[in-house]
Design a protein around this ligand. Sequence first.
Ligand SMILES: Nc1nc2c(ncn2[C@@H]2O[C@H](COP(=O)(O)OP(=O)(O)OP(=O)(O)O)[C@@H](O)[C@H]2O)c(=O)[nH]1
Length: 197
Amino acid sequence: MIKDDLSTIILAGGYSRRMGEDKALIPISGIPLLKRTCELAQTVTSQVYIVTPWRERYQEIIPNSCQIIPETYSAEETSPHGALVGLYQGLQQVQTEWVLVLACDLPKLTRTELEFWCQQLDSMGKDQVALVAKSPPIWQPLAGFYHRQCKALFAAYLATGERSFQGFLNQHCVKELTVRDRATLFNCNTPEDLEQI
Ligand SMILES: Nc1nc2c(ncn2[C@@H]2O[C@H](COP(=O)(O)OP(=O)(O)OP(=O)(O)O)[C@@H](O)[C@H]2O)c(=O)[nH]1
């Protein structure tokens, strides 16, 4: 079921150092991991954006209806600033009230689980700015939802020089997302992780 006033941002600007090859392109049942994540997101949101500095690398593999938001960094810098900055840049382009935020490397995520997550948006309090999975005490920032007011909150946070999601989520009114099947949060970071799939 597609949810109104919700879009998805998938972050795909990491270096996959532990994997040794680009995780986003690794085939899972024959489908590149990033494409699989896009297709899953399309089952719950009509707009799916991918934030990455590498448009050319992914343009051919993602579904046509998904849009790439190019992540920028200045000429003096050699790499992106991390996932929080990527999300902040992505949020500038998105108009919906809520944004589902996903890592590209969630090979066990399912449509059923995503639909269960989306239902929880209906019971958010007015003061709550995000609904995010947690493996206490650690937030799982790239599995959850952020309200559009996070744009301004991220701007203020970044202005202090901070870039850690944990710090951001701990200092704002964030609700823990209930995860029905915790296996769906499995991140595929290393070649050994891949063997488990
Ligand atoms: N857009 C964007 N996405 C990022 C950035 N850093 C990490 N990500 C994404 O965030 C998710 C989780 O990334 P990690 O597994 O923590 O980091 P990684 O760089 O991909 O992998 P390692 O190099 O092994 O740490 C993945 O989907 C990454 O593509 C960034 O600077 N920009």
